[in-house]
Design a protein around this ligand. Structure first.
Ligand code: AHM
Ligand code: MG
Length: 324
């Protein structure tokens, strides 16, 4: 018989982590319910405000952000939180000694909310360095320090995918029972793939290594790679990475020529790092064009980085092009 999440956590985590992940799972069920109500819940559309990146926030972004902040503050194990939707971190007042710091993107892929396409919540759990007050600096730890990472994808099914640094497991929400049931004991990314994900509309802006790599994929069977590649781009990192974790593939959001000072679009701390830990734990690779993403020493809560992750042999190939 399949385990539910509570049984899995009981066997695989300590008491503090159990409390934290249970709270994330519970709040994700409430977000899932709001997402699935869509227009009927009056939660679609823009809230008319902008986040720290200057992007328009959707009502659901803000609702999900507030729900997660409230849920995590109440766990008793979180000292501070940071989110894509908050300029600065949010310490839990009077509790700077609690064990965890949590970073999250409450609703990634927000351009897809109104058009009924998969979106998701991404989270990264870091140890509290426990040096007094929680500030933005407390969060600036490389991805290798993550104690846990995961995401929830709100799609045709709501799935929770988790790692504690010992492989990747997946759960599917049973709506009737109101609980997550384990549906994968080990997500493994095949080394080879015939599927790539990149926003092709940016092609003219890419640097030479990415131009060269994608060109060889597009040559197909008669080209240097000797096989046809297929392309997928959902424009929700959660959904694109979920596909990669499920059946392989390479996902790329490279730095490009539009702004030489902007090292990519995706955010390191709550998008690239948690996804990179999951991908590596599933046997894949993750690079930012110069180094392993998990080794990047962060300098800013909202810093961006280039992302190339997924099937090991493809990520290696595109990474080699950056080094040769
Ligand atoms: P968001 O956090 O504001 O939703 O932006 C991140 C998203 C990713 O989910 C996705 O991979 C990418 O932006 C899509 O970008 P594009 O609009 O270029 O397709
Ligand atoms: Mg987002």
């Amino acid at each position: 018989m399949s385990m539910n999440l509570a049984q899995y956590l009981e066997h695989n985590t300590d008491a503090h982590m159990n409390v934290l992940i249970s709270a994330i799972a519970e709040v994700s069920q409430a977000i899932s319910a709001a997402v699935h109500k869509g227009a009927l819940g009056g939660v679609l559309g823009s809230a008319g405000s902008e986040n720290v990146q200057g992007e328009t926030q959707k009502k659901l972004d803000i609702i999900a952000n507030d729900m997660i902040l409230d849920a995590l503050s109440a766990t008793g194990v979180v000292a501070g939180m940071a989110s894509e939707e908050l300029d600065d971190c949010s310490p839990v007042p009077g509790h700077s000694d609690r064990p965890f710091l949590v970073l999250f993107d409450p609703l990634d892929g927000s351009s897809n909310i109104d058009v009924n396409v998969s979106i998701g919540t991404i989270f990264s759990v870091l140890p509290n360095p426990d040096v007094g007050e929680i500030t933005n600096e407390s969060f600036l730890q490389p991805g290798t320090e993550q104690l846990a990472a995961g995401y929830v994808v709100y799609g045709p099914q709501t799935s929770l995918v988790l790692t504690f640094g010992k492989g990747v497991v997946a759960f599917t929400l049973d709506r009737e029972a109101g609980e997550y049931i384990q549906t994968s004991e080990s997500m493994d990314i095949p080394e080879d793939t015939k599927e790539f994900a990149i926003n092709m509309s940016n092609q003219r802006h890419w640097y030479a290594p990415v131009q060269g790599y994608i060109a060889e994929l597009l040559e197909g069977k008669t080209g240097v790679r000797g096989k046809d590649f297929n392309m997928r781009w959902i424009a929700s990192m959660v959904a694109d990475v979920h596909r990669v974790l499920t059946r392989g593939g390479i996902f790329m959001y490279p730095k490009d020529l539009r702004d030489p000072n902007k090292p990519g679009k995706l955010r390191l701390m709550y998008e690239a790092n948690p996804m990179s830990l999951l991908v590596e734990q599933a046997g894949g690779k993750s690079f930012d064009a110069t180094q392993r993403i998990l080794d990047i020493q962060p300098t800013d809560l909202h810093q961006r980085c280039a992302v190339m992750l997924g099937s090991a042999n493809e990520v290696q190939r595109v990474s080699d092009r950056h080094h040769n």
